[in-house]
Structure formats: C-alpha cells, structure tokens
Design a protein. Structure first.
Length: 359
C-alpha cells in the first residue's frame, strides 16, 4: 500500500477516534500538554519506523494529524484560550501590589440600574435586605518589583458615576462602574468585583467582563444582561422579564425564570434548570457543547420545542408531546393542548457539536 493510502487511512482513524476521545475529556489548562504529547509521539514514531517509504510511517503521521484536527473540531477556538492560559507569563512580573476599594451608597431611588464593565477578573453579585448598595473591588497589579507593581496599580482607573433618571413613573438610580487600564495594558492587572445589591430593588443589571466568570445568585430584576468572552456565566434562582447571557469560551449554567431569554455561547455547554413559573420564550445557541435542560412535567405547563443539532443527537423526556419532526438530530414538538395551558414555554435550542437533552 502507498504512503498516501496509509496516511489518509491513519488520518481518518485519528479524526474518528479523536472525536469520541476528546468529547469525553475536559482539557482545561492541560490542553497544551496533550497537544505536545500528540505531536511528539507522532514525530518519535515516524523517526523510529525509518525510511520515508515505510507505509507505517505514513499511517502514524496521518493518525497524528487526524487526532489534532479532531481536537480542534471538538473544542473549537477555546484551544487557543487554554494554551494561552497555560503558558508561563512570569516575564510580565507577579501580582506584587494589591488594594481593596469599597464603593458604598444608599438606595435613594425606587430601583437601581447598574452597569459594571471589567476586563480581567470575575464579577460576583449578591443581594441583601439593606436599602443600600456596596461594590467591593480587589485590585491587583503586576511588576518585576514591588515598587513597579505599585506604580502600575496607581495608574489603574476606577471610574464610578451615580445619577438619577425617570422611567415608567419610577425614579431610577443609575450606577456606572468602568475599570480602565493605562494604554489598554490589561495584562498587567486583575480586578475582582463583588457587587451587593438590595434584594428586589434592581431594575436593570448590565455586567460585562472579558477574562473572568460572572456569578449571579438569588436576584429578581426587570432586565439582566451578562457578557463575557473567556469565562462561564452562572445563575442561581434568577427571575427576570428579560435575560441575555453571552460568552465565547465558557459554559452557561444554573437556574433562571424569564419571559424572554437569549442564551448564547460558542465553546461551552448550556446547562439550565427552568422552573417555568411564567410563560416565556428561551432561545439557546452553542457551537461546541451540549445543551441540557431540566424542565417540570406538571400538567399545567405546555411546551413548544424546536431543537436542532448538527453532529450529535437529541433526547427529550416530556409527556404528551405531539411531534411534527422526531429525528436524531431534529425535533419539532408541542404539548397536546398547548394553547389551553396556564404556562406556555417555547424553547428554541441549536448546537453543532453536542447533544440536546431535556430532563
């Protein structure tokens, strides 16, 4: 058999075998090690097998290439993120300077509108029964020396503004917090933000970070907007009229109840518990990840489902469904007597590389 034939065969085996292997492994920051092992093994085996005309040499070369391709197919561009996280950045200096900074104020309006923009660092939101808000910042800066790190820390800008607005007959207290690094050099900084708000007094919550997770427990609001690039978004008993959550490299999980929800990630799973106490529409989209939903099966709730996956399968466990389409990769179904149900839930879910599982 020719080298090209064995090489192509090895490539197909690598892609197929890697598909099943890499979908079951959570690489996280170890991704670089796995990549190096795969490439290194391919090089060593090819060298041991000898001459350029060896069929086995072509086979192992193709196998290595197939495994690497499968890795990128199953993990997407998060591969690059994990590699970047795994690289030693010691030449940038350690976080030698740290400062905590509280921002505290009274609730003077009917409700709060709050916007927080961060770049490197998590944002954690809590609630309490006090009629006041508190934002605790933990600011960290890198430097080769303590003096250099402290000098860098002093250049980080904390821009906080507060104003009053009126909308819908309510006095809305606007809080706006933006962190700015000098000349955009965010690689020198990390900022952790803990936001504590009066329970049931939040009108709009708008949270954005680039490299960090967002954790949002026990909150009721009119509108919740959450955005990250490299980080997960986690809900815990959230109730809102509108929820929009978007991340690129991270999963979205937790419990939410909304009238209108748009949940989107690229490289990560969506795992949500929906209590469905009010009628609503949920749109969920991911590319490299499964969608898993826990839904109640009570008789007063009706479901309108439109589910699609390109490379995996769909599994639905709900009673009394009338199916328009019932295939491995496509399901369109509606609860019998949907229009008469007290609570009506519409779910549109789409993924490319991942299962869709309901209950």
């Amino acid at each position: 058999m020719s080298n090209s034939g064995t090489g192509f065969g090895g490539f197909l085996i690598g892609v197929g075998g890697g598909w099943y292997l890499f979908r079951s492994i959570d690489f996280s920051v170890e991704i670089l090690s796995y990549l190096l092992i795969l490439v290194g093994l391919g090089i060593v085996i090819n060298s041991i097998l000898g001459g350029k005309n060896s069929p086995l040499k072509g086979f192992f070369g193709g196998l290595t290439g197939g495994l690497i391709l499968a890795l990128f197919i199953t993990n997407g561009f998060s591969v690059f993120t994990d590699i970047a996280r795994g690289i030693d950045v010691g030449d940038l200096g350690e976080f030698r300077a740290q400062e905590t900074q509280p921002i505290i104020g009274d609730l003077t309006g009917d409700k709060l509108q709050i916007k927080v923009v961060n770049t490197n660092g998590l944002i954690d939101v809590n609630t309490w029964t006090k009629d006041e808000y508190r934002i605790d910042l933990t600011l960290k800066a890198r430097g080769d020396t303590d003096r250099e790190a402290q000098a860098n820390l002093e250049k980080l800008t904390v821009d906080f503004t507060e104003s009053m607005d009126q909308s819908g007959g309510m006095n809305l207290q606007d809080l706006n917090l933006v962190l700015r690094a000098p000349e955009g050099k965010w690689y020198l900084y990390n900022v952790e933000i803990l936001v504590t708000l009066p329970v049931d007094k939040v009108h709009i919550l708008d949270i954005k970070t680039t490299n960090g997770k967002i954790d949002l427990p026990g909150l009721t609001a009119e509108t919740i907007i959450l955005s990250s690039t490299n980080g997960e978004i986690k809900f815990d008993d959230i109730i809102a009229n509108t929820i929009m959550a978007d991340t690129t490299n991270g999963r979205i999980l937790g419990m939410m109840d909304a009238v209108n929800a748009i949940i989107d990630t690229t490289n990560g799973e969506i795992d949500l518990n929906l209590p469905c106490t009010q009628s609503g529409e949920y749109t969920m989209d991911t590319t490299n990840g499964k969608i898993e939903l826990q839904l109640p099966k009570t008789g007063d709730i009706g479901y309108d489902l439109d589910l699609d996956t390109s490379m995996s399968r769909i599994d639905v466990d709900l009673p009394d469904l009338d199916y328009t389409t019932n295939e491995d990769k496509r399901v369109i179904a509606k609860t019998s007597g949907y229009a008469s149900k007290v609570v009506q839930i519409k779910i549109l879910a789409d993924t490319t590389n991942g299962n869709i599982e309901i209950n």
